[in-house]
Design a binder for this molecule. Structure first.
Ligand code: BV8
Length: 237
């Protein structure tokens, strides 16, 4: 049986109506990443950063998982102990599609982190300077529980252990720009895994992968999962 690690990025959520970051007109074309996705930006202007994530949290409540999210949940349901899904996305579309063995390495927009008591709480409403921590009742110390540039991604130890043991690594809807996620394909490949890029178009790192399929995620991800489940994908399964 294969041991599968899947990495997703914003491209898997694009057809659900959530902008990607670096495509034309993407999020980083509208906002300066240094202002809204760094601890320094938050320290400079917390209200602006809180509003940036409030706007995204409100949008994320209006969208739904797509066929690509559903296909990954189907793959995990067929092989529950062999699939780890690592997402760079802060939306909740994977869990809403049914994925369970899931790590949000860049955090979750539907969680708030109290920097006073360090407790993280589910959060669906807007965050403001007046927001009160459910755990310690403190105010003025809540931030979105997302990993900003310069901060350490979550759960890297279990992710790296899974990559070292992987026989199949699948990268979906990510440009492979952001470190350390961009190195996962190298680590999996060095561990002997087959490596697959499923993306709208070839990324700059496409040559690192042993297999590449290009097209919209809602088409190529269900097709790949069905091929894999029917034993049609080459190599160990
Ligand atoms: C760290 C926050 C130390 C939440 C995000 C200089 C060189 C190299 C690296 C660095 C450097 N200087 C600093 C760094 C490190 C830095 C980094 O990588 N910078 C880069 C950008 C220069 N990284 C960090 O700071 C990280 N921390 O390194 O700590 C450390 C490391 C290891 C161990 C201990 C300590 C922290 C990075 C986290 C930053 N936070 N998000 C939020 O606001 O969302 S990153 C942000 O980018 C999102 O999480 C996003 O998911 C992620 C990756 O972007 P993508 O998802 O790939 O999106 P993108 O638009 O780029 O691509 C979309 C893709 O989808 C495209 O390929 C497109 O073709 C495709 N697509 C589009 N539509 C479809 C589609 N595919 C299929 N179907 C479609 N329909």
């Amino acid at each position: 049986m294969d041991r599968i690690v899947i990495l997703t990025g914003s491209g898997i959520s694009a057809e659900s109506g959530i902008s990607t970051f670096r495509d034309k007109g993407g999020i980083w074309a509208q906002y300066d990443v240094r202002d809204v996705a760094t601890p320094e930006g938050f320290a400079r202007n917390p209200a602006m950063v809180l509003e940036f994530y409030n706007m995204r949290r409100r949008l994320h409540q209006t969208v739904a998982p797509n066929a690509a999210h559903a296909a990954l949940a189907k793959l995990e349901a067929a092989h529950p102990s062999e699939v780890l899904l690592v997402t760079q996305n802060v939306d909740a579309l994977h869990e809403r599609a049914g994925s369970r063995n899931l790590i949000h390495m860049h955090g979750e927009v539907f969680k708030a982190w109290c920097t006073s008591c360090d407790v993280r709480s589910d959060w669906v409403d807007d965050l403001s300077a007046e927001s009160q921590c459910p755990a310690c009742s403190g105010t003025g110390r809540m931030r979105p529980d997302v990993v900003w540039f310069g901060e350490t991604p979550y759960q890297l130890d279990p992710i790296i252990a899974a990559l070292r043991a992987a026989t199949l690594f699948i990268s979906i809807g990510t440009s492979g720009t952001v470190y350390p996620a961009s190195q996962f394909v190298d680590l999996a490949g060095r561990s002997g895994a087959r490596t697959v890029e499923l993306n709208l178009e070839p990324t700059s790192g496409a040559a690192k992968f042993s297999h590449t399929r290009h097209g919209p995620a809602t088409e190529i991800v269900p097709a790949f999962v069905d091929e894999f489940l029917n034993g049609g994908f080459p190599g160990r399964s």
